[in-house]
Every structure is written in C-alpha cells, then in structure tokens.
Design a protein around this ligand. Sequence first.
Ligand SMILES: NC(=O)c1ccc[n+]([C@@H]2O[C@H](COP(=O)([O-])OP(=O)(O)OC[C@H]3O[C@@H](n4cnc5c(N)ncnc54)[C@H](OP(=O)(O)O)[C@@H]3O)[C@@H](O)[C@H]2O)c1
Length: 279
Amino acid sequence: MTAPLSPTLAAHGAQIPALGFGTSPMTGGLSPDTVVAALQSGYRHIDTAWKYGTESAVGEAMRASGVPRQDIFLTTKVSHEYLRADAFAKSVDESLKALKVDQVDLLLVHWPNSEIALRETMPALAKAKRQGLARHIGVANFNIALLDQAIALCPEPLVALQAEYHPYLDQTKLLAAARARGLVFVAYCPLGRGRLFGDPVLAEIATARGKSIAQVALRWLMQQGVAAIPRSSNPQRIADNFKVFDFTLNDDEMARIAALKRPNGRIANPGGRVSGGWD
Ligand SMILES: NC(=O)c1ccc[n+]([C@@H]2O[C@H](COP(=O)([O-])OP(=O)(O)OC[C@H]3O[C@@H](n4cnc5c(N)ncnc54)[C@H](OP(=O)(O)O)[C@@H]3O)[C@@H](O)[C@H]2O)c1
C-alpha cells in the first residue's frame, strides 16, 4: 500500500513537504538503499549538502526509486568556504553533477561565514536561481540579523530558513522571525541527534499515545507548522518516523514538550561563523 504523502508548507511559490529525510554523513557513508527506503516510505523531500558527500548517493537513489523527479523536493547546500561568487557557482555545478540533476528544488547557504560579505554571496545565490539551477533559494544557520541582511541583499525571495530545532532547543524567536518574513522554518536535528530518546516526559507522552519518542518529537514540530528532516539508517525507523500524520498532540502535551528546552540544548555550534551569535 502506498503511504500517504506529507502535507506541504508554502512560501513565495514553493511547496515544501513538511516531513523530509536528512542525509548528513552516517557511519560507513550513505547507502543509496537508505534513501530508496525513505522514498518508498513516502518521503518526498530529501536534504543533502555538498559538505556531506552524500549527493551522488542521493542522486543514485532518486533514479533507482522509480519516483518521478518532479515529485521529489530536493535540497542541497553550498558550504561556508565557497560563499564568494566564483566559488559559489563552482560548488553549485559540482552538486548538480554529483546529483546528476539539472536543477535542485531548494539551494541553501549552508552556514554564514563572518569573513565573506553577504553582499557577495546573496547575488550569487539569486543568480543560481535565475539560471534555473535552483527552483527556490534560502539560508541555513542564520540568526535574525543575518537573515534580514540576506533578504535585503538578495534580488530573489528566500523561501526557507533551515536551523536546528527540537524539544531541547528554544527557537521561539527565530521561528517567529522566519514566519514574519514568510519563510518556511526547516528543523534540522529534529530528533536531537538521538539525545531525546531517554527523555521521561517524551516517553510518557509516547506511551500514552501508543507512539515512539521520535514520532512524538516530529509531531510536535509538524503541529507548529515547521518542516523537519529526520535521518535514520534503519529502514524500519525510516518508515516509522514518517507515521506522524495519524495522531494529534493536545495543548497540554505541546506545552509539556516545549518546556523541555534547556540552555545547553544546542548540538551544532561550530565557533565563529554566526556574527552576533544565536538568537
Ligand atoms: N544545515 C545544517 O547545518 C544541518 C546540520 C545538521 C543536520 N542537518 C540536516 O538535518 C538532518 C537531521 O539531523 P541529524 O542527522 O543530525 O540528526 P537527527 O535526525 O535529529 O537524529 C538522527 C539520529 O537519530 C537516530 N534515529 C532516527 N530515528 C530514530 C528512531 N525512530 N528511534 C531511535 N533512533 C532514531 C538515528 O540513528 P539510526 O540511523 O540508527 O536510526 C541517528 O543517530 C541531517 O541528516 C541533515 O540532512 C543540517
């Protein structure tokens, strides 16, 4: 039986499937079979990046899956070392070649770089869109001040902000800022990269709902109108993580999960890249 597809979130003409699949490097690398399993489970939004070294496996999986290219929302990213115009264009070219596609659906700046001006990067990002290499564009790991600079300096609309978000990390301010600017917020590390699985509150809610902790954490994001891109290398967990559209958390459960935020909840935090620090 074909799994029902994820609902989509809209921004400036983009329709982004709310539940996607992450492909950052796994121990032993990414097997195309893993991404095929995700596509067979119903995922239609795949997140990769030049930096992950997983683009060729993602491309191979997309071709092997039998799912039509136009049904898949494919994201890749340009790494922070390549944010000068020439290097940016070269990185996009390498990504498309590795993926063996003519165009990605979403092209993101992977991280800001405090040593390269956004006035150089944002026109390069817009150019990739105007050349037809990306249907939509956005940024990742930007704080609100950088996001505003990026929007002001970009001649094409940004559709998405990708950033870390899970119950242990408070992203109230950044989420409100993304919404106010009409961007879809895409949550990475939505399972806290495994840190959530021993949590007693999540376990209690999961047991009460007959769901897993992963499903509860992902549902919590879905009910905030946020997209999420969980990763798993296990076909059963890949399929289970997609089954989050058949139950609803009540207001009390949503609030109890939000209350799990903690000051040291952030996982991805390489020093010095985000001018002004996190919001
Ligand atoms: N833009 C950025 O800077 C950035 C940064 C980080 C991540 N990302 C993107 O976000 C994606 C997701 O983040 P992430 O990969 O760091 O972490 P994550 O999705 O929060 O967690 C992945 C971990 O959870 C485990 N897991 C998944 N489902 C599970 C389940 N149902 N039960 C138990 N364990 C489960 C996986 O192990 P198994 O494989 O054993 O299931 C894996 O160790 C990445 O793959 C990448 O595409 C983007």
